[in-house]
Design a protein. Structure first.
Length: 290
């Protein structure tokens, strides 16, 4: 599949139960999800032809849809089969997989859209390191001016498109400063996450990571915590204040796209790409390809 604009490529995309030509996988301009963010998605990676934690991703897609008050008209098993078919048809073994479900165009075009059909699409493409060469020297992060909102204002545990609005803004601002990403605090002032990845810190041989109470508890985050515990490394899942950043020695990000990416700098705070960080990068790489 050739590189280029995402709407102008060769290949096939699974759309509502059928394989369609890549360039023909279109929706109407009055699609509800485009106007009101009634959309949820999953980002997944396939290694050697196998999607890592595939079923967990499909189950979370259903959960997220439920949080936004709609039901996906395809079962988890049907989604699993569709993802496998997408990889096969496009001849991909190492790839990024995107499943997205949304309220489509229908009889409703106001905020309410209960009569509109729910759509589902699955695409896959080759995608290298999310942060380029940061895996070797450590990513540089800005500190976002936006905050992760309270659970009383949004469904914080859904992987919903609308929750990424401040992520796009913050990442653009970070890139304009020469950074790879931005770190969010939450509405209480605690360290939260990056725009598309969870964050971990190392101090005195122990690991500290923000408690996932107001943001997505990533599947890669959960995998890495389990990996650390199996290595007999103490993991503290807790509220972390911004002024603690000065005391941490190492730092890394986790996410399906990010995988495990070392961080070298956040704002004015510097971190080393140390032995534990390198070990987790290597261990994760081996796990997903096992």
């Amino acid at each position: 599949m050739a590189d280029g604009a995402y709407d102008d490529r060769d290949g096939k995309i699974w759309l509502d139960g059928e394989m369609v030509d890549w360039r023909a996988a279109n929706v109407h301009i009055l699609t509800h999800g485009l106007h009101y963010a009634s959309s949820v998605f999953e980002g997944e990676r396939a290694y050697n032809g196998k999607i890592f934690l595939s079923r967990e991703h499909s189950e979370r897609l259903h959960f997220s849809a439920g949080e936004l008050d709609f039901k996906i008209p395809f079962s988890v098993d049907e989604i699993e089969a569709a993802k496998a078919e997408v990889l096969k048809v496009n001849g991909l073994t190492d790839a990024y997989v995107r499943a997205v479900a949304w309220r489509g165009a229908g009889e409703d075009m106001g905020v309410a859209s209960a009569r509109n059909p729910v759509r589902l699409a699955i695409a896959a493409w080759e995608w290298g390191n999310y942060y380029g060469d940061a895996k070797f020297k450590g990513a540089k992060l800005d500190i976002a001016k936006w905050k992760r909102p309270s659970p009383e204002t949004i469904p914080v545990h859904a992987k919903a498109a609308g929750l990424y609005m401040i992520c796009t803004i913050s990442k653009h601002e970070a890139e304009a400063k020469g950074c790879s990403d931005a770190l969010f605090m939450d509405y209480r002032g605690y360290v939260a996450e990056a725009t598309g990845a969870n964050i971990f810190f190392v101090k005195d041989g122990e690991v500290h990571t923000p408690k996932a109470d107001v943001f997505l508890n990533g599947l890669t985050r959960q995998t890495v915590i389990k990996m650390l515990e199996e290595k007999q490394i103490k993991v503290h899942q807790r509220h972390i204040m911004p002024d603690e950043l000065a005391s941490f020695e190492q730092c890394w990000l986790t996410g399906t796209a990010a995988e495990v990416t070392p961080v070298g700098q956040i704002g004015e705070y510097m971190f080393e790409v140390g032995d534990l960080t390198k070990d987790i990068v290597d261990s994760y790489e081996k796990l997903v390809r096992s």
